[in-house]
Design a protein around this ligand. Structure first.
Ligand code: F6R
Length: 236
């Protein structure tokens, strides 16, 4: 594992954006796995800057996102589709028809999960997967459990996740209770993983996940088995 500690969030964002930019430059037709949440916002800002300056071209990039809330459609400003459009896709020259987010509106979420995993497989897998980490150690919305879940699946969000994400909603009751998330198989089959974690509150879980035992109760700990992981942690 490549473990990088930066002093500031800006430094973290720049390093993460540089790694993603290098991926796109090395393989313009790459598949990027993308994340939402507050941690990657700075990374996306930096990538937008590189795109506007002409350093990074998104025109042949395909993206697959990790997760979506169940019941929210893409026009809802709390949905992860909306987040991605707002924080990245609307500002770079990516072809939106090649940006994928699992559907939280699918009637049959099991079938949606299977179709999502098959699509990733058909795309040739993920070249670089960007991840954040939840305070309970979740990646995507793979919450602590007795075992690691392989496939893209519906998940009941933990109380701590609902509380943590309430900051994006008007009231805690508005946070959806379930989501659909990419499972561990598609994440672990990504050729490269880049995890960004920001702030003192994440220190303990980052230490547990990367320097403790591999334990499905700390979902991110499975990444210790991946051959190419970079973790960037900002102390700010
Ligand atoms: C978001 C996602 C989540 C977040 C995690 C950290 O697509 O998959 O795992 O990365 O909840 O969120 P922030 O960055 O807001 O602390």
């Amino acid at each position: 594992m490549n473990y990088i500690v930066t002093k500031t969030y800006d430094e973290l964002s720049k390093k993460a954006a540089d790694i993603i930019a290098a991926q796109i430059i090395n393989k313009p037709k790459c598949v990027l796995g993308l994340a939402t949440g507050s941690s990657p916002v700075g990374t996306y800002k930096q990538l937008i800057k590189y795109n506007k300056e002409g350093t990074v071209d998104f025109s042949t990039v395909t993206s697959v996102n990790l997760d979506e809330y169940v019941g929210l459609d893409g026009t809802n400003d709390q949905s992860y589709r909306y987040f991605m459009n707002d924080n990245l896709f609307n500002h770079v020259n990516i072809d939106k028809s090649k940006t994928f987010v699992p559907s939280g509106l699918a009637k049959d979420l099991k079938a949606e999960g299977e179709a999502y995993d098959n699509m990733i497989k058909e795309l040739g897998g993920i070249d670089l997967q960007l991840l954040g980490i939840g305070l309970d150690g979740h990646i995507g919305f793979n919450e602590p459990d007795k075992y690691f879940v392989k496939a893209t699946h519906e998940v009941k969000l933990d109380e701590s996740t609902i509380k943590a994400n309430a900051r994006f909603f008007e009231k805690e009751e508005d946070v959806p209770k379930t989501a659909i998330t990419m499972g561990m198989m598609s994440i672990m089959q990504a050729k490269k993983i880049l995890l960004v974690a920001n702030g003192k509150a994440k220190k303990e879980i980052v230490e547990k996940a990367f320097f403790g035992p591999i334990d499905p109760m700390v979902p991110a700990s499975i990444l210790q088995l991946h051959p190419d992981v970079t973790v960037i942690f900002s102390e700010e």
